[in-house]
Design a binder for this molecule. Structure first.
Ligand SMILES: Nc1nc2c(ncn2[C@@H]2O[C@H](COP(=O)(O)OP(=O)(O)OP(=O)(O)O)[C@@H](O)[C@H]2O)c(=O)[nH]1
Ligand SMILES: [Mg+2]
Length: 260
């Protein structure tokens, strides 16, 4: 997995006309980057917060988050890139915002929030030809410019490092689950959060009636026969990676309600 460096993001934000910050609507405050937002303000660029994956929360929750963030001065839309909800409106919003053509929209956000999916939804097609930004040095290889329509370009970026995000966001998003060296503490925190916001989440995902997060990991491992060869103890690291993966796919299902 490749992450974008802040140096690259800074350069892209400065050169863009509009900045779209893609956020996971299941937990917006944990997936918004204050550092990014400060930078966008410093360059005086138009910032739109896109709450993505709205298919995963009830409509009232999506509306609640929108109202809450608008109350804090953000411009906000909620969409589902994969269900194509709100994506036409998003396209219209961006076009209305851009004062002239051609214009460029840079799409940024934490890893796995759905940045590429949002771009594909706006383009109405996937996998169409993409080209790297000319002259970009090696580490920006993950940055791609995509045409939505004549004069309307979007720049896809790899996830930014969630340095300023609350724990365990940096761990669960900073690397692919199989690459996280010690996934257990992050998975424990994730299970705690899941149980807090959806007491049935663990039972629904794993058929396990247990509220102690560490024990949950042990039971997942035992159920799947994941054991250390010599000691026979449950291989909780594997279970932890599974939990992190299942959060990304929403098999482990919860969302954080908007503050009232
Ligand atoms: N349920 C749901 N899943 C989504 C939505 N948008 C994206 N996803 C899923 O979220 C995962 C990540 O989507 P990507 O578009 O690759 O996310 P990204 O932000 O580009 O990820 P990186 O490039 O790794 O930072 C994929 O499995 C998508 O299918 C959505 O609106 N709803
Ligand atoms: Mg992507």
């Amino acid at each position: 997995m490749r992450l974008a460096s802040w140096r690259v993001i800074t350069r892209l934000v400065r050169s863009a006309d509009v900045v779209v910050e893609v956020v996971d609507i299941r937990d917006p405050l944990s997936t918004m980057s204050r550092r990014l937002e400060r930078m966008v303000r410093a360059f005086d660029r138009a910032l739109l917060v896109v709450l993505n994956k709205c298919d995963l929360v009830p409509r009232g929750v999506a509306e609640g988050w929108k109202a809450y963030l608008e109350g804090r001065g953000y411009r906000v839309m909620y969409v589902s890139a994969t269900s194509r909800l709100g994506t036409r409106m998003l396209r219209g919003w961006i076009k209305a915002e851009a004062p002239y053509k051609p214009f460029t929209v840079v799409v940024v956000g934490y890893p796995k929030t759905g940045k590429s999916s949002v771009i594909n939804a706006l383009r109405g097609r996937k996998g169409a030809s993409t080209s790297p930004i000319p002259g970009s040095p090696g580490y920006t290889r993950g940055v791609q410019i995509l045409k939505v329509e004549e004069g309307f370009y979007m720049i896809d970026t790899p996830g930014i490092i969630p340095v300023d995000g609350p724990w365990p966001e940096a761990i669960i998003r900073g690397k692919a689950p199989e690459e996280i060296p010690d996934p257990v503490p992050a998975a424990v925190a994730l299970i705690e959060r899941a149980l807090k916001y959806n007491p049935n989440s663990v039972r629904d995902a794993y058929g396990i009636e247990e509220t102690d997060p560490y024990r949950v990991l042990e039971l997942i491992a035992l159920k799947r026969g994941w054991k250390y060869k010599i000691t026979g103890e449950p291989l909780i690291e594997e279970a932890a990676r599974t939990v992190i993966r299942d959060y990304h796919t929403a098999k482990l299902y919860f969302y954080v309600p908007p503050p009232i």
